[in-house]
Ligand binder design. Structure first.
Ligand SMILES: [Fe+2]
Ligand SMILES: [Fe+2]
Length: 282
């Protein structure tokens, strides 16, 4: 298997669907202090499929709202602009992430389940470590493995070689991925996030989710996604071919002030939340 050229990767990234127009508008609106819940409602109403998905997710156990949320206006008022922004993002990438990722041994729907779980765990870890920006953490977790969508095509042919290399040289999966393909899924995921014009610290968290020590812009955000990913892999959510093949960063644990007990508490919290199938509604 030859290495992939940068040109091929750029083409693949360009071929990815752009984020729906409404997502860009929602991001703008949620940053505008003058925007109202009605403005969000008006934009989302242009896309009925998206509206339905957003409402299903808004009503999942994860957000724990005691009454049924039946309109986008209510979702915005009760859950907040930032939370709705995260939900809109999830609704817009769920199809892309739901596809089978043969090259990573992930059945149809499994990468979506992993991504949504890591997003939720990121929000829990953020809350636990009093990180400002739980919703950015959610979105970073949601998109951390998006690069797999692109590398999947190449991994289909190369994965045995990658696994053998990781075992023979006793290196993490991503290093082997890099050695064999010339690229790794974290790096490619960051390119996708750049193409979607997402903020820099989000791009960084995706790029370094397996090497959080390398983050500089927002070390905590990257550490959160790293720990959340590890938690979901410990729980066996979306293990695929590479699930066990990453070291856990003790620096990240320290940076976020987390110990084993904290991880156990987050895992038990997650176990309850994951029981609700609405969480994975697509
Ligand atoms: Fe990853
Ligand atoms: Fe992951």
């Amino acid at each position: 298997m030859g290495k992939i050229t940068l040109e091929e990767i750029v083409d693949q990234v360009n071929d990815l669907p752009a984020l729906p127009h409404v997502v860009g508008k929602i991001i703008q609106l949620t940053e505008d202090p003058d925007a109202t819940a009605q403005d969000i409602n008006k934009v989302l109403n242009q896309d009925q499929g998206m509206t339905a998905k957003v409402l299903r997710l808004a009503n999942s156990a994860f957000y724990g709202f005691p009454r049924r949320i039946s309109s986008i206006t209510d979702a915005t008022i009760f859950l907040g602009f930032r939370t709705v922004r995260g939900i809109v993002m999830a609704a817009s990438v769920s199809d892309l992430l739901s596809e089978e990722m043969e090259g990573y041994a992930l059945a149809q729907g499994e990468l979506w389940r992993h991504s949504q779980s890591v997003a939720m765990a990121s929000r829990c870890v953020a809350q636990y470590s009093k990180f400002i920006g739980m919703d950015v953490a959610y979105t970073a977790g949601l998109l951390h493995d998006i690069g797999k969508v692109i590398l999947n095509t190449y991994m289909k042919e190369a994965y045995k070689e990658v696994i053998d290399k990781a075992a023979a040289d006793d290196i993490p999966f991503m290093q082997a991925e890099q050695d064999i393909l010339g690229f790794n899924h974290a790096q490619i995921g960051a390119r996708v996030a750049e193409k979607w014009n997402l903020p820099e610290d989000l791009v960084e968290a995706i790029a370094y989710h397996h090497q959080p020590e390398q983050a500089v812009k927002n070390k905590k955000l990257t550490a959160i996604v790293h720990i959340a990913d590890a938690i979901c892999l410990m729980m066996g959510i979306g293990m695929g071919v590479d699930g066990m093949l990453y070291p856990l960063s003790s620096e990240s644990m320290q940076l976020l002030n987390l110990d084993e007990l904290a991880i156990e508490q987050i895992i038990s919290n997650m176990t309850d939340l994951l029981a609700d199938e609405e969480t994975f509604a697509v």
